[in-house]
Design a protein around this ligand. Structure first.
Ligand code: DOR
Ligand code: ZN
Length: 335
């Protein structure tokens, strides 16, 4: 039977939430990943050293595994250099959200004018703290990411020593930026490699595929696939797995988020196998992130086999992507 062994897989963008939800989802990520970059959009968002330390502790308790590292992020505000020096050993990146762009982002920035942010971004450059960006304007929903490219250019030019991660990119426009600026990198989700807007809203509405940024056009998906499948050295896997309770997804006012944590590696195998690029999956799902972030996760090996896996209907109160459907790959064991 066809199999693939992945060493130290990393999910460089995940939402673990808090409380009961954290207890459901943290073990699902820590089972198959060596580490994950944990997003700070809690209510209220993570903006203090104490908050980061306490949240990391709650994750460690919830995840039921010692061989998993939660790489913590701080929610961007215009922090002082002194504060950044005090937190730098406790965080891996700072995540910036435009205010209101997505779930729990109300405390984000209202403008990307450079001057008010200069002190913070200069200090981050000096201290080597990475900036992770939710890159969407408040324009027409299909254009929001492409319109944000001018902001990425402004940031990349003004702060050439700052590593900037374009999170969960969904457009050919974002892919083009990778080779234009040395300090721009990107994460890509597995769902954006698989779906387009047609899958979300082309037929009956599928709320469990609704996320921000929304899936785009076939040509955008092709551009994402190209760089993911070749494991372009500046892209890495970030699931953006974002759990919402079933009743809030299947309702008027459905929240944005696709829950993929427990099926992410299986789906990645399916996508890379379909394009005969399984050899590149290790770089996409771990090596690139280790190099870009300068992290050395604890050893873990995940053995996947080409064997049917029926996706559960629910994990706790969360409906995963492809609930009830049969995947072509499954996790055989984790060592
Ligand atoms: O779809 C999304 N869900 N996109 C985000 O940026 C946030 C996330 C969430 O927290 O639910
Ligand atoms: Zn996210």
């Amino acid at each position: 039977m066809k199999s693939l062994t992945l060493t130290m897989p990393l999910d460089m963008h995940v939402h673990l939430r808090d409380g009961d939800m954290l207890n459901i989802v943290a073990p699902l990520t820590s089972y198959s990943f060596s580490g994950a970059l944990v997003m700070p959009n809690l209510v209220p968002p993570l903006t203090t050293l104490e908050g980061i330390k306490e949240y990391r502790h709650r994750i460690k308790v919830a995840m039921e595994a010692d061989d998993f590292e939660p790489y913590m992020t701080l929610f961007y505000q215009n922090y002082t250099r002194e504060f950044l020096e005090s937190v730098q050993n406790h965080i891996t990146a700072i995540k910036i959200y435009p205010s209101g762009a997505t779930t729990n982002s109300e405390g984000g920035v209202v403008s990307f004018d450079i001057e008010p942010m200069r002190e913070t971004l200069e200090a981050m450059s000096d201290l080597g703290i990475i900036l992770a960006v939710h890159g969407e304007t408040n324009g027409f929903v299909m254009d929001r990411e492409a319109e944000f490219m001018s902001v990425y250019e402004k940031l990349a030019i003004n702060f050439p020593r700052l590593k900037i991660i374009m999170e969960h990119i969904t457009t050919a426009a974002a892919v083009e930026m990778l080779d234009k600026y040395e300090n721009l990198y990107a994460t890509i989700t597995v769902h954006h490699l698989m779906i387009t807007l047609d899958d979300v809203a082309g037929g009956m509405l599928r709320p469990h595929l609704f996320c921000k940024p929304i899936a785009k056009r076939p040509e955008d998906r092709s551009a994402l696939l190209k760089v993911a499948l070749e494991a372009h050295p500046k892209v890495m896997f970030g699931s953006d797995s974002a759990p919402h309770p079933k009743h809030t997804k299947e309702s008027c006012g459905c929240g944005a988020g696709v829950f993929t944590a427990p099926i992410a590696l299986q789906l990645l195998c399916e996508v890379f196998d379909a394009h005969k690029k399984l050899d590149n999956l290790q770089a996409f799902v771990s090596d690139n992130a280790q190099r870009i972030y300068g992290i050395c996760p604890d050893f873990k090996e995940v053995v996947l086999i080409k064997h049917d896996f029926v996706v559960p209907e629910m994990y706790g109160e969360v409906v995963p992507m492809m609930a009830g459907e049969t995947l072509k790959w499954s996790i055989e064991r984790v060592e």
